[in-house]
Design a protein around this ligand. Structure first.
Ligand code: NI
Ligand code: MN
Length: 226
């Protein structure tokens, strides 16, 4: 599967049978809006980890233009269904077999409310299994012992972890998180978009490297294939 970084915490995952967009925040991200055209995104699914503006800003626009199914927790799914969009509700610990493979909604430690104040349920992350590969998208989260549950059932090929600190884990906790989920290949996200979350890239890469791990930091629009 091919994973393209769309800036901040936005990802496009292209599997054999489906195109999966995660947490689209592009039109409001000046670092991404010149490089990524919303009109070019035509996903089958939009996964939403939680309801904060920097994760949902472009969900409605893209869901309307593409007809994509929005997959998130119950509260977020109901919010979008009320707008006339297609949604699939999940909740923590639940699995569902989609046409691309298995999806599990897993725990995250964070908060979750829509920009208009509507309750966005409890935030989460996703474990996606497709084409024999398994990836963990942590969402916005602190380091949490719950991460240790993931390798009990899933051997990950890639862990996508927030590393920007202040609102989520920083680099040091993300190194520990990668131990908790038993994965040595990490894609960092949720950094540099705002002043609060600017990081030193070389220092971050070195910290993972010292722990025997590889941290990928992609340019906006760049991809990795696993
Ligand atoms: Ni958030
Ligand atoms: Mn966020």
């Amino acid at each position: 599967m091919k994973i393209t970084f769309l800036g901040h915490a936005s990802l496009l995952i292209e599997a054999e049978k489906s195109s999966i967009l995660v947490d689209p925040f592009i039109s409001g991200n000046e670092k991404a809006s010149g490089k990524i055209n919303l009109q070019d995104l035509n996903p089958d699914y939009i996964l939403v980890t939680h309801a904060h503006q920097d994760h949902v800003l472009d969900v409605e626009t893209i869901a309307k233009s593409s007809g994509a199914v929005i997959v998130s927790n119950y509260e977020i799914a109901m919010y979008y269904e009320a707008l006339g969009l297609k949604a699939h509700p999940m909740n923590h610990g639940g699995n569902w077999k989609f046409d691309f493979g298995n999806l599990k909604y897993v725990n995250a430690i964070h908060t979750s409310s829509f920009p208009d104040g509507t309750y966005g349920g409890q935030p989460g992350g996703f474990v996606i299994s497709t084409e024999g590969k398994h990836i963990y998208i942590a969402g916005d989260t602190a380091l949490t012992m719950d991460m240790k549950l993931i390798p009990n059932t899933t051997i990950l090929d890639l862990a996508i972890l927030p590393i920007g600190d202040n609102f989520t884990m920083g680099v040091d906790d993300a190194v520990i998180a990668s131990d908790f989920v038993a994965c040595d290949t990490i894609l960092g996200y949720h950094y540099d978009t705002f002043g609060y979350i600017e990081i030193d890239h070389d220092l971050a890469i070195n910290k993972f490297s010292t722990a025997g791990k590889t941290l990928h930091l992609l340019e906006i629009g760049a991809s990795i294939t696993i």
